[in-house]
Design a protein. Structure first.
Length: 119
């Protein structure tokens, strides 16, 4: 069974993987470990979104039917499924009559932060 240990030694982060008698250690500088953690988190969130794609599409369909023009995903396949569910899902049509209120569905809203300009 694979076990993983993470610890800090000074300015380095050590990742130790052990499988029985085999052991493998990775030593990372602090800033590299922080960047790796951010990328792992981002990819983990995308993997979780894909694992929950049906639920995300259904929730996005509810938003579309209610008139919101943004979805809960940036994946075009999930957005296409959301559009289809908003238009044709019989349960949504029964509980939210009046048709699809939104004309277009964009991805998730984002905030882009830039450095202020000096005047």
């Amino acid at each position: 069974m694979l076990t993983t240990r993470i610890r800090r030694e000074g300015e380095h982060v050590l990742l130790q993987f052990q499988d029985g008698a085999k052991s493998f250690v990775v030593q990372l500088e602090g800033h590299v470990a922080v960047e790796l953690a951010a990328q792992l988190r981002q990819q983990g969130l995308l993997a979780d979104e894909w694992a929950q794609a049906e639920r995300v599409a259904q929730d996005s369909a509810i938003l579309l039917r209610a008139g919101s023009n943004f979805g809960l995903s940036n994946d075009p396949r999930i957005l296409a499924e959301a559009r289809k569910a908003a238009a044709w899902d019989s349960a949504l049509r029964r509980y939210m009559p009046g048709g699809v209120q939104s004309e277009e569905c964009f991805g998730t809203p984002t905030i882009q932060q830039t450095n202020p300009t000096r005047q």
